[in-house]
Design a protein around this ligand. Structure first.
Ligand code: FES
Length: 466
């Protein structure tokens, strides 16, 4: 799906690679058949795109001299120099270490090389180079002081909930900082249709004077009313009155042998590659799941010309009726209920999946990608950290859930959750939940939000069908 005609050329380990405009470095490498991006520390097993959301260590590469960059969050630029952290040793060159893995069982430590002392001087350098994967830039660049910002409200996360919160709070008169991990708005809901609720909200946010959007930035800590932000090339310190946590949820992995091979990825990653990056996860994609979400992905995979040979579902057949109803009857996909993935195999990339059916039969499925979904858990690290600082944490579980007025008198540090981090199941539910949280923050700070709050509650009830 990469169009080389108007592509962007960059270099990977000295080789020329073409990316589509707007494509991330990791997605461009995947599209060009470079699926092993890094390796594990000990056995040097290859690693490829796994989350495509900046939330794992699988795509760390050196970009223009900056070590350990999560390249699934970095847009490819013309002339970029991207290198494997292993220097000239490409991930493939060290794959053989895994074959002698049984010689280095769990508990084997590099410190065993310390005796005799004279030999350690030789080993140390070699072991560090092989295991640490990177070296710091030389000469070291001075770290500039953190840029200082101040705002009445910080919204952490720019998915549907964060967009709803920022827009509603700004409309109610607050100055808002919106921190987005990616370079564009919408989170997992991207790409946003221009005339949809989310598309219109994104367009308004981009021109809203009272909203400052920090793109490709991550809130790494909250100390009372101060947020510490890693902006990639600079650090920021944001003084806020309140924060809204709209940081989403992590998709969980399912355990089986070989689930770390390149080509094995979360369902959310496959969706991002297809919908946002114009990149196929693979040509033949097997699915392993214990929930409905990958069933919704099947139509997108088939529409992109990708074969889906099997869905291995841990749940019993009786629990799958609703999920199977979402599949296109005209393009049947084999579903194995009450089945289990046993092992994925391949060298630099997954080539097959072994599973056991409900009746105990062994299945072997040829594939070059496996999409996994083991459900979701909240990305709520900041909430837990803020609780440690005595912050009042409010959760937006629904339209009416929060008795915030009694809380606001207690402390000036308020962190409120909205969206999938507190259980929203659809983009619109998250968006209106975010709106309510944004309006409640504005109300706590003395703005009149009465009619807007009622409207948002009505829309939320409509979105969840109650
Ligand atoms: S952080 Fe890039 S694939 Fe997970």
């Amino acid at each position: 799906m990469t169009d080389r005609a108007d592509g962007i050329e960059f270099r990977f380990n000295g080789r020329s690679v073409t990316a589509r405009p707007g494509q991330s470095v990791a997605a461009a490498l995947h599209a060009n058949g470079i699926t092993a991006l890094t390796v594990s520390s000990k056995y040097h097993r290859p690693r490829g795109i796994f989350c495509a959301a900046g939330r794992c260590p699988n795509c760390l590469l050196n970009v223009d001299g900056r070590p350990n960059v999560r390249t699934c969050t970095v847009e490819a630029e013309r002339g970029m120099d991207v290198r494997s952290e292993l220097g000239r040793m490409h991930a493939a060159g060290l794959r053989g270490i895994d074959l002698v893995g049984p010689l280095f069982p769990v508990g084997f430590q590099y410190r065993y090389f310390k005796r005799p002392e004279w030999a350690y001087r030789i080993w140390e350098n070699r072991l560090r180079r092989t295991a640490s994967h990177t070296s710091l830039p030389v000469p070291a660049t001075a770290v500039p002081p953190a840029r200082r910002l101040a705002s009445e409200l910080a919204v952490v996360g720019a998915g549907p909930a964060g967009m709803g919160a920022a827009l509603a709070a700004a409309d109610a008169g607050l100055r808002v900082v919106l921190v987005s991990r990616s370079a564009s708005l919408g989170g997992a809901a991207q790409p946003l249709e221009g005339d949809s609720v989310l598309g219109r909200a994104a367009a308004r946010l981009e021109t809203a004077e009272s909203v400052q959007i920090l793109q490709a930035a991550t809130v790494v800590a909250q100390f009372g009313t101060v947020l510490a932000v890693d902006g990639g090339r600079e650090a920021m310190r944001i003084e806020v009155r309140e924060s809204i946590l709209a940081s989403g949820a992590y998709e969980r992995l399912l355990p089986f042998d070989g689930n770390d091979l390149p080509g094995v990825m979360l369902a959310g990653a496959a969706r991002r590659l297809l919908a946002q990056q114009g990149t196929r996860p693979g040509r033949r994609v097997a699915i392993v799941t214990d929930n409905d979400s990958p069933y919704h992905l099947v139509a997108e995979l088939l529409a992109a010309g990708i074969e889906v040979p099997v869905i291995v579902d841990l749940r019993a057949a009786a629990e799958l009726e609703q999920a199977q109803a979402t599949l296109d009857a005209g393009r049947p996909v084999r579903v194995e209920p009450a089945a289990r993935a046993i092992r994925a195999g391949g060298w630099q990339r997954v080539r097959w999946l072994r599973a056991r059916s409900a009746t105990g039969h062994a299945l072997k499925i040829e594939c070059d990608a496996i999409v996994i979904s083991g459900g979701w858990q909240p990305a709520d690290e900041l909430r837990r950290a803020a609780t440690g600082y005595g912050a009042i944490v409010l959760e937006s579980h629904g339209a009416e859930a929060i008795d915030w007025q009694s809380e606001s008198a207690v402390t000036s540090v308020v962190l409120q959750g909205a969206g999938s981090v507190v259980g929203a199941r659809s983009a619109l539910e998250a968006f209106y939940q975010g709106q309510i949280a944004g309006l409640q923050a504005a109300s706590r700070q003395g703005r009149d939000v009465g009619p807007a709050l009622e409207r948002a509650r009505t829309e939320l009830r409509r979105a969840v069908g109650s």
